[in-house]
Ligand binder design. Structure first.
Ligand code: MG
Length: 261
């Protein structure tokens, strides 16, 4: 059910991860009031195109095939927003998620950016969501089962006064973007019984907490893709592709490290 990847395979996945990071860099440079979400997605598409990488979101099956290489979700939109003519405004937050496959291996990552200055509570939402991803990455190197990580993630978010989205979860990743097992960001006994897994070296996970300022409930919008909070309060999303190795957790979608081109 779960694939374990060799060190060589994890090195290959790093190439996909680096490209995803580069696409996010090209998006980050554009974040400012007045830019459209379509322009951001187009810039990310060019990064994949120039590298001959396969964008994994474009055409993703759903009610209609997903029409872009990235999901871009603003403010109360949680995930799966469709890029288009909407312009970013000062004070917005914009969640960008993308993935690609190169040489047969996948990478997937998401970042939520503030647009200019945001309200203090919104800043805290971003800090908490970034922080809970960092916590999960640290804990996969220390704990023996995912449920132990998920329990601490949920506590971290709830201690900050926010809530964890349960309708969407992370996933294992490798040859395909979405592989088993699922990787929830919350603890439930029911999930634990049927889905918990150990954190063995060779496991590669896309860990992606989605955190809401209000309650955890989300609903799909009339475009059939965009997921928004039911209460209209804002939501943030951070994701990294992370390999568990004998040397500890290795983030595959981060900036080039020492010794990397
Ligand atoms: Mg993902």
């Amino acid at each position: 059910m779960r694939h374990l990847r060799s060190p060589r395979e994890i090195d290959l996945m790093r190439q996909a991860g680096l490209l995803v990071w580069q696409a996010h860099q090209s998006a980050a440079k554009l974040i400012s009031p007045g830019v459209t979400t379509g322009e951001i997605s187009d810039a990310m598409a060019r990064v994949f195109q120039d590298a001959n990488a396969e964008p994994l979101f474009l055409g993703y099956p759903g009610p209609t095939p997903f029409p872009a290489v990235s999901c871009i979700s603003i403010n109360e939109e949680v995930v799966h927003g469709i890029p288009g003519s909407r312009e970013l405004q000062e004070g917005d937050i914009v969640s960008i998620d993308t993935g690609c496959r190169i040489d047969g291996w996948c990478g997937d990552a998401a970042i939520t950016h503030p647009v200019g200055r945001v309200a203090p509570e919104v800043e805290s939402l971003l800090d908490t969501t970034r922080g809970v991803l960092a916590l999960a990455i640290k804990l996969v190197g220390e704990k023996s089962r995912w449920s132990e990580v998920a329990r601490e993630m949920q506590a971290f978010v709830e201690d900050a006064g926010f809530s964890v989205v349960e309708d969407f979860v992370g996933h294992a990743i490798g040859r395909e973007m979405h592989e088993q097992p699922q990787v929830p960001n919350y603890y439930s006994e029911e999930w634990c019984r049927r889905g918990d897994f150990d954190l063995r070296p060779g496991t590669v996970l896309a860990i992606e907490p989605m955190v809401n300022m209000g309650n955890r409930k989300v609903k799909v919008m009339p475009d059939q893709w965009t997921q928004s909070t039911v209460d209209g309060r804002w939501s943030a999303h951070f994701e990294h592709t992370v390999a568990i190795t004998h040397q500890g957790p290795r983030v595959l979608t981060c900036a080039p490290q020492d010794g990397e081109a």
